[in-house]
Structures are given as C-alpha cells and as structure tokens.
Design a protein around this ligand. Sequence first.
Ligand code: GSH
Length: 256
Amino acid sequence: MSCSPQQACIYQRNGFYGFHLYYARSPFPPLTPGMMRMYNMQFCPFAQRTKLVLEYKEIPHEVVNVNLKYKPDWFRARNPLGLVPTLELGDIVVNESNVCNEFLDELYPNRKLIPSDIVRRARDRMLIETFGQVTGLFYEIPKSVAEGTQERSVKKWRRHMKRYENELQQRGEYFGGSSPCMVDFALWPWFERLGVITVIAPETDVTSEEYPHLSAWIARMMELPAVKKTYINPRGHINFFKTLREGNPDYDYVAA
Ligand SMILES: N[C@@H](CCC(=O)N[C@@H](CS)C(=O)NCC(=O)O)C(=O)O
C-alpha cells in the first residue's frame, strides 16, 4: 500500500507502524467512534512507553504517526507543545507519556501496572521521575565524546546503571517483581536504544559481568510480546539518531 503525503493514511506495517505522512496541510484522519487513538512517531522513546502499555494491556487502538518536523494544525490543537505521545478517546485528549500511561492503567484495570500500595507506588514513581537524568545522558554523552570530555558523563551513566541494578536485585525478575510494572515500560525504550550510545562510548555498555540483574532484565524484556511488537533494532535507532542530529530526521526509515 502506498499513500501520498496529503492522504490520511492509517495502516499497519510490521503489524504496528504507519508512515509519518501527516504534513502541515494533511486532512484530519477521522476518529473511529469508541476507539482509543494514539498520536505517535515510531522512533520516539516517550511514545514507545505508551505503545508498550497499549500492547501489554491489549487495548484496541489505532495509531496516527505524525511528522514532527511539519506538524499538522489539528495535531497542535490536541497538544499545544506539539509532542507525541498524545492519546485521544472521544472528547478526551491526554498528553505526556507518564500521564498517558497512568490514564490507561486506570481506564483499563486489567494487568495493573501501578501498585495500590502507596509506599510501593511512591518508590516506583521515584524510579520513573529520576530516570529523566538517564534520558538526558543520551544527548550529553555523544556531545561530551565529540568534545573529548566524556569521563564525567560516563561516570554519571554508570552511577545510574548501578542504581537500577541494585533496585532489580531487590525486586526480582522485573521492576514489578515476577511480572512487569509501569517502571519496566517507562524505562525500557532507552534500554532498547542502548546501541546508540555504546557505539559512541563503549564504556556505557550494560555487561552481564558488571550488571548481572540489569542485563538479565534486558534479555527478559525482549521476550515480552509487547516489547517484540514495538521493537526496532539497533541499526534503526542508530540511523534515526544520526538523521535527527543532522537536522533531517528520517521518520519512515525501515530497519531491516
Ligand atoms: N515529556 C514528554 C516528552 C515527549 C517528547 O519529547 N516527544 C518528542 C519526540 S521523541 C516530540 O514529540 N518532539 C516534537 C517536538 O519537540 O517538536 C513526554 O514524556 O511525553
């Protein structure tokens, strides 16, 4: 199937993705009544957080991939900051990956991901909040390597990895114990993209010698059907990251 940039085109590729064809003047793809819609960009780790929850809970949904360089007005109307992920269901619009995920967990209580125990919930929330420091390192490390000043940022990286390693040691197979919780899905997208920084700074690798629990968790996560459905291989992520840094993001790249 092919469609022009002006067409509203929602379709499945690899069972999940559609092309990012919603250029500035493309028409609004009509909503399917009662169907959860997610505005997405296939390489966005924040959007992947929400896709993982949609898949894990087996929530029927449709995906509209947005070209983030040329955002349609109707997308900006739904998210003034112009960010994916954004969810839409009837007249409800929800932005921000963590907020989207909390909304989904409350609306669809099967396979609960947020614990009801308030202490456990606070601990999980802290892990997700502080992970913002790790996501920032995905930009800081390549920059510091280019400037020859990576020692400090790599040290920061290792300190964070150790923190998550220790947490897993206490919690079990997943951050949720014997099954995944919201922490697993909130963190996973950046572990899937590990190849992007290990190729630039090999010292960032999560080896089984140094991080036995974290590396076993990575292998375990790769077996989850939700992860398999949203997975893009390192080549795909590296290519996207490169085109993004060059200022010409290749949203539709298909990693073979
Ligand atoms: N805090 C947001 C971050 C989302 C975000 O940064 N998304 C990026 C794509 S990975 C985006 O939509 N960028 C568009 C832009 O900055 O114009 C969240 O957690 O959802």
